[in-house]
Design a binder for this molecule. Structure first.
Ligand SMILES: NC(=O)c1ccc[n+]([C@@H]2O[C@H](COP(=O)([O-])OP(=O)(O)OC[C@H]3O[C@@H](n4cnc5c(N)ncnc54)[C@H](O)[C@@H]3O)[C@@H](O)[C@H]2O)c1
Length: 308
């Protein structure tokens, strides 16, 4: 699909990171841009900056985990611009908290934003895109949607997004509808995702704290993200996929190879065996040793000189 001044694009999670870079890229193509985000200060700043660059931009405070918010977003986008052609269901969070013994809210928040946000986005905007005559839906999953290893709730939410997005593509093809579908599966990208807890909703109580394993991992993940791909490069790949009507958007081919290795293990009926080396991270054996050391009870020196 051609991206030009006639096209209206809605981007959730558009105030920072990949969503913000998408807004810049669509704006450069001349499109009108609607940014939806729960973080109001960043949203206002993003819209101001886009307008200062002559992009016709609208910001709508939206919590994508709430259907009424997503419906209000669609209404405001159509009121302002008359149509919607492209929707990027991109808002996402990664929550702290032990998935099996920590608060259930870790799952509720992650699933609410990462999965239900995408479901609401697709269901709400599909009729509008159909009414516009042509369009494209981009769902941001993650490489964690093809190989688990980040955290249980995040991995589960992203696997679900990959599955529903592939299903959506097949449905659009079968029905012969003029709506393209793409699934974005990045690995490390230089964004604020590691600090996603900044948007923890107060109605869910206190934000869960990291368990020992997460604490150990966090430094490594933060560094990998800080050294990751620039969001602008990811955005360029997404726009290229829309222009070429490409389903998969894989910014990190080395991670795709790891996912393929996993599927070979699955095909052979082998038990899960996570890779020893993941790009950007220390070897798995080193991380396990670090976690074991962190789990060991602290040994305090005994003033008598005897070990305790
Ligand atoms: N950064 C990475 O390494 C990476 C890797 C794979 C996938 N992703 C995915 O990319 C997407 C974008 O994340 P990012 O990396 O740019 O992080 P980010 O934190 O920089 O951006 C996420 C945006 O989503 C917004 N948001 C959070 N909760 C929301 C809600 N309930 N409703 C509306 N907006 C909400 C945030 O305010 C923020 O502006 C996410 O779906 C994430 O899971 C990121």
């Amino acid at each position: 699909m051609d991206l030009n001044a006639e096209k209206v694009v809605v981007i959730t999670g558009g105030a920072s990171g990949i969503g913000r870079a998408l807004a810049d890229a669509f704006g450069r193509s001349g499109c009108k841009v609607v940014l939806a985000d729960v973080q109001e200060d960043a949203l206002a700043q993003a819209v101001d900056q886009l307008r200062s660059e002559d992009v016709d931009a609208l910001g709508v405070r939206t919590d994508v985990s709430k259907l009424s918010d997503v419906e209000a977003l669609a209404e405001q986008a159509v009121d302002r611009f008359g149509a919607v052609h492209v929707v990027c269901n991109n808002a996402g969070v990664a929550a702290s908290g032990d998935p099996w013994s920590g608060p259930l809210e870790t799952w509720e928040w992650t699933m609410g934003v990462n999965l239900w946000g995408v479901v609401y986005g697709v269901r709400t905007f599909l009729p509008h895109i159909l009414a516009a005559g042509e369009g494209h839906i981009v769902n941001t999953a993650s490489i964690a949607g093809l190989m688990p290893g980040f955290s249980a709730a995040y991995d589960a939410s992203k696997h679900a997004v990959v599955a529903l997005t592939e299903n959506l593509y097949n449905t659009m093809q079968t029905a012969g509808l003029p709506i393209g579908v793409s699934c974005l599966c990045p690995a490390w990208v230089r964004t604020g995702i590691i600090d996603a807890d900044r948007n923890w909703p107060s109605e869910l109580g206190a934000a869960p704290t990291a368990d020992i394993i997460q604490e150990t991992m966090q430094g490594h993940v933060r560094r990998a993200i800080d050294e990751g791909m620039q969001p602008a490069a990811v955005a360029d790949l997404v726009l290229g996929a829309i222009n070429a009507d490409r389903f998969w958007v894989f910014p990190h081919p080395d991670f795709v190879q790891l996912a393929m290795d996993r599927f070979h293990q699955i095909g052979a009926g082998h038990n899960p065996d996570p890779p020893e080396n993941i790009p950007g991270m220390p070897p798995r054996s080193e991380i396990i040793a670090e976690v074991m050391a962190a789990l060991e009870p602290a040994t305090t020196p005994d003033p008598s000189g005897q070990a305790n």
